[in-house]
Design a protein around this ligand. Structure first.
Ligand code: CDP
Length: 212
């Protein structure tokens, strides 16, 4: 049996770094599900196709290859915006969730991070984490990330953006962002990534022990 770890949370909460760290520690496969929405959005943008045609978007979603996903080519701001727009479409979600579920069954274990992993994609996950941080801290992290990469960033604009994205992700009708009832909350506002990792590790080790 595969051990599934579900990690959800809002934009820039630190899910990605934490998920990669966990996958590395346990030798599990990792899928950043945000990239599946981003890849669909990029394919639509590249082909000059509309972002509001559900049928076209679903067809594009079904063509996304999980193996080739790379955040560095999908990180553009416009792609993130477009991703959160097509992510409200039920047919797009159905197509991507199917692929994500298939991935989650890989042996010996998987880490999936996103918005609806614990609630919709893998409701039976052995460990569910809901990673958050205040909007200010998340905007600051995104700002630092851009500056560290040599880019120019505007904190106020990023902060507005984080709040707008939260509203869209939490307010949509299909699979809104929210913690699963059995999720462990991890507020990383005043926590280093190392401390968050140690907290997650304790929960995962306990789940692994239960399985044996
Ligand atoms: O910008 P950030 O890295 O926080 O977002 P992402 O994880 O790359 O996801 C981009 C967008 O895809 C999000 O704003 C969500 O609307 C959507 N998404 C989703 O609906 N469900 C998921 N499981 C993952 C992402």
């Amino acid at each position: 049996m595969t051990l599934v770890i579900a990690i959800d949370g809002p934009a820039a909460a630190g899910k990605g770094t934490l998920s990669r760290r966990i996958a590395e520690e346990y030798g599990f496969h990792h899928l950043d599900t945000g990239l599946t929405y981003r890849a669909t959005a990029k394919a639509l943008l590249d082909a000059g196709l509309p972002l509001d045609d559900e049928e076209v978007a679903e067809k594009t979603a079904r063509e996304v290859e999980l193996a080739g996903l790379d955040r560095s080519v999908l990180s553009a701001h416009a792609i993130g915006e477009a991703a959160s727009k097509i992510a409200v479409m039920p047919a797009v979600r159905r197509a991507l969730v199917e692929a994500q579920r298939a991935f989650s069954r890989k042996e010996p274990g998987t880490v999936l991070d996103g918005r609806d992993i614990g609630t919709v994609v893998c409701p039976d996950a052995a460990v569910k984490l809901y990673v958050t941080a205040s909007p200010e801290v998340r905007a600051r992290r995104r700002y630092d990330e851009i500056v560290a990469g040599g880019g120019i960033a505007d904190y106020a604009a990023i902060f507005e953006d984080v709040k707008k994205r939260d509203e869209r992700d939490m307010g949509r009708a299909d699979s809104p962002l929210r913690p699963a009832e059995d999720a462990h909350l991890l507020d990383t506002s005043e926590m280093s990534i190392e401390a968050a990792f140690q907290a997650a590790k304790m929960l995962i080790d306990a789940a692994l022990k239960e399985k044996i």
